[in-house]
Design a protein around this ligand. Structure first.
Ligand code: DP6
Length: 337
């Protein structure tokens, strides 16, 4: 009754920001992401007959809201798969600094969904796993797949549509990411809170959702044809439109700091004045995630590090699918069943 799973983080190129249903966690629009290695979560789950679920995160016992979120997810696994009476021992570790506010819920809930179902020896399809991970965090559904991934919108009439599928595998296109961290410490407003506030109060929310539906097929086409320039334009527009809708909420949801803005200018300068293949994207925090091709990684990294206020840079490449491990050996890779 034990299993260990690894899932990589992912970063959205066309963003998810808004829910059609909060309980089922159905995204109002689709999204497209790139799975990123080596940023990963490793999670072990053992189902036992003890009294309580226990969660250890990076070696420390989780409490409060962090614990509640995991227990809520385990409750869902228990009711969905007839595991009432079983309690879980969860041990989870991130290979990247969670306190820095990098998306950890994506790789976290993908690894937890896979480990929890595998530990109970359940035969679940990739579609079911994706729907389950989504209930933990919308972006987690995408982290079950490697490479470039599309997540579909859902509606209360058709919740089953809100699952992720792969557009292209991790060896399809060798893109690189330089993640520029602009603060230390956890973000102040979670994605869930920020997107709900945007949805409830921003006059630009409907325009944002309409713009996503237009970007999705174009971005998919850009990935399929490996068109960096087109993808760059679409990804930057998606990030700025998402943040514009959030900033227009009441009160405004503003994730950026001054360094975030400096980095946006830097990326534009590198592209427009130095001919570098590069684009930025920004999630629910002040960090800037910069995509480029292998030949420009060092140049981009050197330029980013010179910007005052950049705390650290991390490098990533396109990652593979979530998978189960037994010590060092991979037991099963996830499939697209
Ligand atoms: C800005 O998946 O963290 O990173 O479903 O409420 O857990 P919940 O939200 P989450 O939101 C991710 C928001 C984003 C964009 C993206 O990853 O698509």
């Amino acid at each position: 009754m034990s299993a260990t799973a690894i899932a990589y983080s992912n970063i959205a190129l066309i963003k998810y920001w808004g829910k059609a249903d909060s309980v089922l966690n159905l995204p109002s629009a689709g999204s497209i992401s790139a799975t990123l290695a080596p940023l990963r979560t490793t999670t072990s789950v053992s189902w036992t007959r003890s009294e309580h679920d226990t969660v250890q995160f990076n070696g420390e016992r989780s409490t409060g809201r962090d614990l509640q979120r995991i227990v809520g997810f385990l409750d869902l696994v228990r009711t969905s798969y007839d595991l009432e009476g079983w309690r879980a021992e969860v041990r989870t570790e991130n290979s990247f600094p969670t306190a820095a506010g990098l998306a950890s819920s994506a790789s976290g809930f993908a690894a937890l969904a896979l480990a929890a179902t595998a530990a109970a020896d359940l035969d679940v399809t990739m579609t079911e796993l994706s729907a389950l991970a989504r209930r933990g965090s919308g972006s987690a559904a995408r982290s079950l797949h490697g490479g470039f991934v599309r997540m579909n919108a859902g509606s209360t009439a058709h919740p089953e549509r809100a699952v992720a599928s792969q557009i292209a595998g991790d060896d399809a296109w060798d893109l690189r990411a330089v993640l520029a961290l602009t603060t230390v410490g956890r973000k102040k407003v979670s994605s869930t809170v920020g997107m709900n506030q945007t949805q409830d109060t921003s006059p630009y929310f409907d325009a944002w959702i309409a713009s996503v539906e237009q970007s999705l097929p174009a971005a998919e086409e850009a990935i399929n044809t490996r068109n960096f320039q087109v993808l760059a334009k679409l990804a930057e527009a998606s990030a700025l439109q998402m943040h514009a809708s959030a900033i227009a909420a009441v009160p405004g949801v503003l994730y950026w700091n001054g360094v975030t803005v400096e980095l946006i200018h830097l990326v534009r300068e590198l592209r427009e004045e130095h001919g570098v293949d590069v684009f930025f994207t920004i999630d629910a925090g002040p960090h800037v995630k910069i995509f480029t091709t292998p030949e420009y990684v060092d140049q981009v990294d050197a330029a980013v590090r010179k910007v005052p206020g950049v705390v650290e840079t991390l490098h990533a490449r396109i990652g593979g699918p979530a998978h189960l491990v037994d010590g060092e050996s991979v037991l099963i890779g996830s499939t697209n069943r």
